[in-house]
Design a protein around this ligand. Structure first.
Ligand code: ADP
Length: 647
């Protein structure tokens, strides 16, 4: 079974049978409408058989046209080989189809109702053919074999008669001569493959036998019933032999072609699976298509929605394929890149082109556009489904590489990131102790050195502030690298929110001398399970930002409240606020926004990223909003613990 399009689903399923007959267009439209109305899956079935393989060129063109229409109507096209009724009923059972739209064929309808009584047949009537159509049909059916076939037929008759005459002179029996004529019929059937030539050969061979070998010789008179029986048997034997041989040779060539095609597809699939680069995939795909179709192939690799320089795969080595490299042809390749659907020769879009262009793609992206030089001879249905299969396999192979490459790049990035974090952590760790000593000493000198003048005090204060800022930065870096590595162990305990906030305020007191900080505790006791050190760090960062990014004298208000099962803690200021476009990004690492402080050293974009990590680890959320009149409000939640008043 050859299949194109998406896989079957298990919902409603409507089938339509594709034939070369004019009624097929109506069949397809009615089935497509029914599928659309009922929201069912729509499959167009084409059944190959001896009959369809012998279709005339015009009928084959009609068939191609109806296949195209089915494709445009959104049908999944399935091609099966064998007995019509059997294949249809098997397929309908397989995909649980309930309805099939077919032409008015009594035999098929009766057989289908016997094989699949549950499958409803919707019969679409043939549009009444006009007299002109019937006449042209009859004329075209009388298409005669070529001159070569006639010559072979005449030669076979002559040779058989000559051999017969030679046998007669050797006194061999008439039965032997009849065998020679039948052998001639076999040869005609093998080399000519025309039933008309076979029939004419049979008729003439009987006439020649009568003329040359039966008494009275050299006359067409036959002596008695004996001769009539001999002639009838000879005619029938020769006719049947010709018919059988014809059928056998057609079957053999069909099988050979199918075997060759299967071989090429299998080989292509094997090689595609082993290919080690995108270029290798493209060349395997194009070379096999060229072998299979015996046509020139052109491939346009696609990158960032642009076509790159064309790669040529000509049938004759050295052929520059100029006719396929014209701007008109390239435009069609670009059209396919945009629409992802085939275009060019044999399709409804730019059908006048020399090549048929198809995209090698997956759902996500188009990897390249393949152009097949068509010329006058169209591509057969079997070839089309094989092309689709090779292109699909190539697309999967390319996607495999790209995913592998992306994975590798990501793993290198992750490794680098880890190295960077480790380095940062070890530097920060080493800096922590001396920085604490510097800040402690500076604070001691500031409070104890009574004799220091103003300049000395300012210098000492600067040393204290800078070292304090560095300590906070180092703490943030250490926490963030440990938390993102999962190395930090959290010491969770039930804490009184009020106490944690008071403690945080005590620590920021020195910095907040030039700001008005107030704290509005909620009524009642609020308790939450937390790592107090980390939550304290969140509060330091939020208060520190409120001080850093607002002018002196600004108000900073801390508040707590209970909302459902969460405790909400807010740090609000009446500073310049945060623009809407920056609100979504300030929690990203290294984002520093537009609210720059005078000393740009002090803006690293780590504080809020750390706050978000810590709060998320506690099962809460952090967000920012505009303050009522001016400024911003940072709020975070923590899951509230039950307060047991008996404890
Ligand atoms: P840093 O303070 O080191 O820049 P943060 O992650 O703490 O890093 O802050 C990120 C950015 O958010 C800051 O650079 C600033 O632009 C903005 N920001 C933070 N808090 C406030 C605030 N209270 N008012 C105005 N802007 C703020």
């Amino acid at each position: 079974m050859q299949k194109t399009g998406s896989s079957l689903n298990t919902g409603g399923h409507i089938l339509a049978k594709i034939t070369h007959l004019p009624v097929c267009e109506k069949v397809l439209h009615e089935a497509a409408n029914a599928a659309k109305e009922s929201g069912s899956q729509f499959t167009a079935l084409y059944i190959r058989s001896d009959k369809t393989d012998k279709l005339r060129k015009e009928d084959r063109e009609c068939l191609q046209k109806y296949l195209r229409i089915a494709d445009e109507l959104g049908a999944e096209i399935v091609s099966l080989a064998g007995d019509e009724a059997e294949r249809i009923s098997e397929f309908a059972r397989l995909c649980s189809a309930s309805v099939i739209y077919i032409e008015n064929s009594k035999e098929l309808i009766t057989r289908l109702s016997g094989l699949s009584p549950e499958l409803k047949t919707r019969i679409v009537d043939t549009p009444k053919p006009s007299l002109r159509l019937i006449a042209s049909e009859l004329i075209s059916r009388l298409s005669l074999p070529g001159a070569k076939s006639w010559w072979i037929t005449v030669l076979a008759l002559l040779l058989s008669s000559l051999v017969g005459l030679a046998m007669r002179s050797l006194k061999l029996s008439e039965a032997n001569i009849i065998t020679v004529y039948i052998l001639g019929a076999l040869i005609v059937a093998i080399f000519v493959r025309s039933n008309l030539c076979g029939a004419i050969y049979s008729l003439l061979s009987v006439s020649l036998f009568n003329l040359l070998f039966t008494e009275p010789r050299l006359s067409f008179h036959a002596n008695g019933p004996n001769s009539t029986i001999t002639f009838t048997i000879m005619f029938s034997a020769s006719l049947i032999t010709a018919g059988l041989a014809n059928r056998l040779s057609a079957e053999a060539s069909r099988n050979a072609a199918a075997a060759r095609r299967t071989g090429i597809v299998l080989r292509a699939n094997q090689l595609l699976q082993k290919a080690e680069s995108t270029d290798a995939v493209i060349s395997i795909m194009a070379n096999h298509l060229q072998k299979l179709l015996a046509r020139n192939i052109i491939v346009y690799p696609a990158e960032d929605s642009q076509l790159k320089k064309a790669l040529l795969f000509p049938l004759k080595p050295g052929d520059e394929m100029r006719s396929m490299q014209t701007p008109q042809e390239e435009v069609i390749a670009r059209l396919v890149l945009q629409s992802k659907n085939r275009a060019g020769a044999g399709t409804d879009r730019r059908g006048d082109a020399l090549g048929l262009y198809m995209a090698v793609r997956t759902e996500r992206s188009v990897f390249c556009i393949v152009g097949i030089q068509i010329g006058i001879e169209p591509i057969s249905l079997a070839e089309k489904s094989i092309i689709t299969s090779i292109l699909g396999e190539a697309a999967l192979a390319i996607e495999r590489f790209q995913t592998a490459m992306e994975k590798e790049a990501m793993s290198i990035m992750a490794k680098n990131e880890k190295l960077r974090a480790n380095l940062l952590r070890s530097i920060s760790h080493d800096l922590r102790t001396p920085l604490t000593a510097i800040s402690g000493n500076a604070e001691y000198l500031l409070t104890s050195l009574q004799s220091a003048d103003d300049v000395q005090r300012r210098l000492l204060s600067n040393i204290y502030e800078d070292s304090h800022w560095l300590i906070e930065l180092v703490e943030n870096i250490l926490s963030i690298t440990r938390l993102s590595d999962g190395q930090m162990h959290m010491n969770m305990s039930e804490e009184l929110i009020d106490e944690v906030l008071q403690e945080a305020l005590r620590h920021t007191k020195r910095k907040s001398e030039k700001h008005r900080i107030s704290y509005e505790a909620s009524e009642g006791i609020l308790l939450a399970k937390m790592d107090a050190r980390l939550i304290m760090q969140v509060l330091f960062n939020l208060i520190d930002n409120a001080i850093k990014y607002t002018p002196e004298g600004s108000e900073i208000k801390l508040s707590t409240e209970k909302s459902g099962k969460s405790i909400v803690i807010k740090v609000a200021d009446n500073g310049p606020g945060i623009p809407d476009e920056a609100k979504g990004r300030i929690f990203d690492m290294f984002y520093t926004g537009e609210n720059k402080v005078a000393d740009c050293r002090r803006s690293m974009g780590l504080g809020l990223a750390l706050c978000r990590t810590i709060i998320n680890l506690h099962g809460g959320e952090i967000s920012v909003a505009d303050n009522e009149k001016q400024g911003s409000v940072f709020s975070f939640t923590l899951p509230a613990s039950e307060v047991n008043l008996n404890e």
